[in-house]
Design a protein around this ligand. Structure first.
Ligand code: KG4
Ligand code: ZN
Length: 346
C-alpha cells in the first residue's frame, strides 16, 4: 500500500491536460465535497463532507457484535465483512446526503494505519470509484483523520495546537503546526492506551471493546489500588502502559489464586486513574514546553469521561483551551477522513 497522496492519473502514471483542468476547476469551487471511505479496523464507514467541516452524511456499519465473541477483532473476519457491507454503506452515504456521485468532487480513503486486509477493501473500492468517475483520489492517514475529527466538532478550531491522539492502536502527543504539518513529540514505547484498556477488561472478564465498560465501572469504584508501575516513564514525553497493564493482570491472578474476591469497580477506577494521569499530565507538559495554548484530544480513548474531566481541569489551571470531538466522532468514522482529505486535496 505504498502511496500517500495520489490521484487516479498519477496511479496510472499519466497526467493529461484534461486531468489538470479537472483539479483546477474543483479548486475554484466554493463548495468542495469529499466522499471518504474508512475500513481500517472493524467499522465500514463512508461519509460526505463539504469544505472539510460540514458533514452531509456519515454512515458507519460496525462489526463490534461480530467480533465480541472472540474478545477482539479477527482480521480476516473484518475483511470479509467489509466486502459484504461496503456497497450498501456507499449507497446510504449518497442517499442520506441527498446527492448522486456526480455531486462529489474528490474521493478520499484511509490507506493506513490499520489491518492490511481490511484497509485493502476500502482502498480498492475507492480506487475503482475514482477511476470509474474520473475523480481525484486522496490517500489519508487514519491517525491524521482522528485529529481532523475535531475540525468537524469545533468549526472555529485552527492549528497550531497540541494533540493527544489515543486509540486502540496508537498513543501519541503530536504538535499540529498546520493542517498538514504534524510533528511527533511523544509516543508509547509499548502498548497503546486503548489496547491496555481492552486487555484489562479482558482479564476482568468484561466484554470487548473494554474502554467503555472500564469507564462505566470506574465511576462506581474507588481508585484505592496502587497500579503505578516502577517503569512509569519520568522526564520524557513518551508513555508506557505495559507496566500498569501487567500490574493489573498480576493483581487479578493473585486474588484469583487465593480465592479472594475482586472488586472490579475498584480495579477499573485505579487502572483508569493511572493511565489518565499519565496521558493528561504529559500532554499539558508538552503544550507548555512548545508554547501552544490549545490542546485537542483525538481517538477512541478520547471518549473516556475521566480523561475529559481531568483534561478540562488541568487545562483551566494552565490557561489552555481544550477541545475534544463529540462522542460519535471520537471512534472510527469516515467523516474525519473526508475532513483531512479536503485539506490534503487543497
Ligand atoms: O479510535 P478507535 O475507535 O479505533 C482505533 O483506531 O483503534 O479506538 C478504539 C479504542 C478501543 O481500544 C476502545 O476500548 C477505546 O478506544 N475506547 C475507550 C472508550 N471508548 C472507546 N477507552 C476508554 N474509555 C472509553 N470511554
Ligand atoms: Zn481509529
Amino acid at each position: 500500500m505504498g502511496f500517500r497522496v495520489l490521484n487516479y492519473q498519477k496511479m496510472h502514471n499519466k497526467k493529461t491536460k484534461e486531468d489538470k483542468m479537472n483539479i483546477d476547476e474543483i479548486l475554484k469551487k466554493d463548495k468542495i465535497r469529499v466522499l471518504a471511505v474508512e475500513s481500517s479496523c472493524d467499522e465500514t464507514a463512508i461519509s460526505i463532507v463539504e469544505n472539510g467541516r460540514e458533514i452531509l452524511s456519515n454512515v458507519i456499519a460496525t462489526q463490534i457484535e461480530i467480533h465480541k465473541r472472540f474478545g477482539g477483532v479477527v482480521p480476516e473476519v473484518a475483511s470479509r465483512n467489509h466486502i459484504m457491507a461496503i456497497s450498501s454503506v456507499y449507497e446510504k452515504a449518497l442517499a442520506d446526503a441527498n446527492l448522486t456521485i456526480d455531486d462529489v468532487d474528490v474521493i478520499a480513503v484511509t490507506y493506513g494505519a490499520g489491518l492490511v486486509g481490511a484497509l485493502l477493501v476500502g482502498v480498492e473500492f475507492a480506487k475503482a470509484l475514482a477511476y470509474a468517475t474520473k475523480k481525484p483520489l486522496v490517500g489519508v492517514s487514519h491517525i491524521r483523520g482522528h485529529i481532523a475529527a475535531n475540525y468537524l466538532s469545533h468549526k472555529e478550531l485552527k492549528p497550531p495546537f497540541m494533540c493527544l491522539m489515543v486509540s486502540g492502536g496508537h498513543s501519541a502527543i503530536i504538535l499540529v503546526e498546520d493542517y498538514l504539518k504534524h510533528t511527533l513529540v511523544g509516543t508509547t514505547v509499548d502498548d497503546a492506551a486503548g489496547e491496555a484498556f481492552d486487555k484489562v477488561a479482558r482479564v476482568l472478564g468484561l466484554p470487548y471493546p473494554g474502554g467503555p465498560v472500564v469507564d462505566k465501572l470506574a465511576k462506581e469504584g474507588n481508585a484505592n489500588i496502587n497500579f503505578v508501575p516502577k517503569g512509569i516513564l519520568k522526564g520524557t514525553l513518551n508513555f508506557s502502559f505495559s507496566g500498569v497493564k501487567t500490574a493489573v493482570i498480576n493483581y487479578v491472578h493473585k486474588k484469583t489464586q487465593n480465592n479472594e474476591e475482586i472488586c472490579k469497580e475498584d480495579v477499573c477506577a485505579s487502572f483508569q486513574k493511572c493511565v489518565v494521569d499519565e496521558l493528561v499530565n504529559k500532554t499539558v507538559e508538552a503544550a507548555k514546553k512548545y508554547g501552544v495554548d490549545k490542546i485537542v484530544v483525538a481517538g477512541g480513548v478520547g471518549a473516556n469521561s475521566e480523561l475529559k474531566a481531568k483534561m478540562k481541569e488541568l487545562c483551566e489551571q494552565n490557561n489552555i483551551t481544550h477541545y475534544s470531538p463529540i462522542l460519535s466522532l471520537c471512534t472510527d468514522n469516515a467523516a474525519m477522513i473526508a475532513s483531512h482529505g479536503y485539506y490534503m486535496f487543497r
